[in-house]
Design a protein around this ligand. Structure first.
Ligand code: A2P
Length: 257
């Protein structure tokens, strides 16, 4: 059996010159947990070229969705950005990942912090009732350079609230905080600065972040993870793993070429 499914592209959405997303068919035997990623790619010269991509779609959805950057000379994304409905796309059969709600101890506020395409796993997680159950509220922070890169705003703020099953969770518990660093916007600044300075919590009327009560999920660039790594270490935060619940979990955003 091949290591991947061959699916068909259903729709493609270009958010900016450097960011796009697409949906494709989903094999009924492909199962994944909210927050996981899989290897995604194309056949190029009769060989599979795959990169890690987090699922944007909820684990219960009939189709799959992915968010990607476009890199002009990137081996995969230079081609993937040109896919059209009907084109074949490869989906790895083995989803994996650490950004799972079950890896965290229950708590007061769950902070989901993502930069760029690091938003993707959180899109899947906010479409899962199990994400909300252990927490009083879920704060989704998405940091980008420009407003145009703040993908899925409409889905997060409107569609989810109106959803038959998830609407109740989203209305009661989900707080969305988009922020940009390179142009004017209602919220400006890096995710790190906003959180470490307490501005984020002040803007949302929340108490300062405390290890005893709060949990963090992080998905972004290596620099972001390094900055947070130091902060977690200083505060004595315990990292969750697939075998032991903790106070935070991290995943590299797969900013692949
Ligand atoms: P900045 O504009 O100050 O670099 P990218 O597009 O490079 O992946 O960046 C996405 C967002 O993540 C940008 O707003 C960027 O801010 C921010 N960013 C980059 N590095 C870090 C970091 N070490 N800590 C927090 N935010 C970061």
């Amino acid at each position: 059996m091949a290591a991947f499914y061959e699916e068909k592209v259903l729709a493609v959405h270009h958010w900016t010159d450097s960011l796009f997303s697409f949906t494709c068919t989903r094999d009924p035997t492909f199962r994944f947990k909210s927050g996981q990623f899989s290897m995604i790619g194309l056949m190029i010269d009769d060989r599979p070229l795959l990169r890690a991509y987090s699922m944007v779609s909820g684990h219960w959805e009939e189709t799959l969705e992915f968010l990607s950057i476009k890199v002009a000379d990137g081996p995969l994304t230079s081609r993937l950005q040109h896919i059209r409905p009907g084109d074949p796309v490869l989906i790895g059969r083995k989803p994996v990942g650490t950004l799972l709600a079950e890896t965290l101890l229950p708590g007061r506020t769950l902070y989901m912090l993502g930069t760029g395409t690091g938003l993707a796993p959180f899109m899947s997680l906010i479409k899962d009732p199990d994400t909300y159950e252990p927490f009083e509220r879920v704060v989704l922070v998405h940091g980008c350079r420009t407003v145009g890169e703040l993908a899925y705003q409409e889905q997060i703020t409107r569609e989810l609230h109106a959803h038959e099953l998830l609407g109740e969770f989203a209305r009661d518990k989900l707080v969305y905080y988009p922020t940009v660093t390179r142009e004017p916007f209602i919220h400006q600044g890096r995710v790190t600065d906003l959180m470490f300075s307490g501005k984020l919590q002040a803007d949302l009327g929340l108490d300062p972040v405390e290890r005893a009560h709060d949990r963090v999920m992080l998905c972004g660039s290596p620099g972001l993870l390094a900055d947070y790594g130091a902060w977690f270490e200083q505060g004595g935060w315990v990292e969750g793993t697939n075998t032991r619940q903790g106070e935070y979990v991290i995943e590299k955003a797969f900013v692949e070429k």
